[in-house]
Design a protein around this ligand. Sequence first.
Ligand code: RET
Length: 239
Amino acid sequence: MVLDATIQTVLWIGTALMTIGLLVFVYWTYTTPEENRNFYYATSLVPLIAASAYFAMATGHGSINVGGHIFFFARYVDWVFTTPLLLLDLALLALPSTRGKLGLIGVLLGADVYMIVTGLIAGFLTGLDKYVWFATSTIAFLFILYVLVRLLRETRSRGGAVRGLFRNLATLTIALWLCYPVVWLLGTEGTGILTIQVEVILYAILDVLAKVGFGFLLLSNRAALSEPNSASAHVVVGD
Ligand code: RET
């Protein structure tokens, strides 16, 4: 797929920023005591996957032509792996123990994968069918938002650094994630109000904030991640 210079430049900047995020997170992983590394492993995988997806898109291998417009399917391959990892981070941070909560975590991550896969199907289609799959994906998204708001309420009763960190991360996540279906609807996959160039720029900003921004906020907060009642202290072998 041949891409114009603006799109290519934005995709290369995306690749570079994700790579920088990856290098910083890997460095932080190795400078953290092994028993506190749970969050570091999951969060480092996110920019690794995103850098690969951006590289594929920048080199013309992450898109195809659907109904006369460029469809970047590589985004969805990225999101199907990275969004569950981000939600896993949030769930582990919010839940003082994963015991008895694996069902909740499973259903949260399952709904997320379902949201991305149904969004991918919508991207390949045209006409009314497209919007049926968009609506299906949105139902899963609303469920995810509901769980996040419930976790926000539950963490209110908890003290310490975890509470404030979770509040900031969950708020950031809800605000940024809400923008994705809006960009989709306004962009070339939806109504076509935005040009493909503007769409690529908006997704790049959202992706960098939702992945690298989120990771910086989480991993730079070592106090919360090593708090005795945070998940990092609870998820031990055999738990
Ligand atoms: C789609 C279109 C179909 C309806 C909905 C969507 C939501 C996508 C979301 C994506 C989040 C991506 C992130 C990536 C980076 O880390 C698939 C656009 C609801 C919420 C956070």
